[in-house]
Design a protein around this ligand. Structure first.
Ligand code: ADP
Ligand code: AMP
Length: 229
């Protein structure tokens, strides 16, 4: 029975789609943990490359600082390599990927070759003023990447992660000027994917403006309804 459940789950790929600050990372960490599947954040992967000073990181750094998208071929190469690792075998939650039509189309082809069905796509919907408040107040643990908010989800000790005591950092692209550009990039390049998945996949609209715990419940309900347990 458990094996059958495991096999059923292995056929599912989940995509969290939505603008910067919609809560995708916060929910992806929780949901991937609960479902024992991999959490794949392309933004986290790029930040890791930047902090390690790899060749890929050196290319991505100025693009990320401007709030633009890293070229498709770089993102696709990175994610395809990541999908081959063993922790992806039981399924995965994609957070911040795909972000362009070519990325989505290539991912669809990749999922077929990996034996997955159509991805379960959850569209996080949040109003713009909340996005701005969330992004300007976001802080991240420099050690484990746990996400906080200075007012709405503060750590117990100011500036320090509850889990490992790591320093909480503000992302360089979480300034008002870059946020404005990132939201424009989202509208132009990523928002069209909502329509793409409405016609090519399974798309669920999610009210992501609610408090974190009730958003998690709503996500779990969608995934449970898809035989994802
Ligand atoms: P994304 O990955 O979509 O860019 P994050 O998960 O990093 O978004 O969340 C952005 C900010 O909003 C963080 O500071 C996080 O603590 C906060 N946040 C996330 N979800 C909620 C929520 N439901 N209500 C209030 N704040 C939230
Ligand atoms: P995120 O952490 O998802 O907000 O991503 C941070 C930055 O990484 C983005 O602003 C882009 O510059 C880059 N990035 C992350 N994911 C992608 C992607 N799928 N395609 C292109 N660029 C990306």
């Amino acid at each position: 029975m458990d094996e059958a459940r495991g096999n059923a789950r292995a056929r599912h790929a989940v995509i969290f789609l939505g603008p910067p600050g919609a809560g995708k990372g916060t929910q992806a960490k929780e949901v991937a943990h609960r479902q024992a599947v991999a959490h794949l954040s392309t933004g986290d992967m790029f930040r890791e490359h930047v902090s390690q000073g790899t060749e890929l990181g050196l290319r991505a750094k100025p693009i990320m600082a401007r709030g633009e998208l890293v070229p498709d071929e770089i993102v696709l190469g990175m994610i395809e390599e990541r999908l081959m690792r063993p922790d992806c075998a039981s399924g995965f939650v994609l957070d911040g990927f795909p972000r362009t039509l070519p990325q989505a189309e290539q991912m669809d082809r990749k999922l077929v070759t990996l034996g997955y069905g159509k991805p379960v796509v959850i569209h996080f919907v949040v109003d713009r003023s909340s996005l701005l408040r969330r992004l300007t107040g976001r802080r991240m643990c420099a050690v484990c990447g746990r996400i906080y908010h200075i007012y709405d989800r503060p750590s117990r000790m100011p500036g320090l992660c509850d889990d490992d005591g790591g320093a909480l950092m503000q992302r360089q692209d979480d300034t008002e000027a870059v946020i404005k550009d990132r939201l424009a990039v989202y509208d132009r390049q990523t928002e069209p994917l909502v329509e793409y998945y409405r016609t090519h996949g399974k798309l669920w609209e999610l009210d992501a403006g609610a408090e974190v715990e009730s958003v998690t419940k709503a996500v779990m309900k969608i995934l449970d309804g898809n035989g994802n347990r």
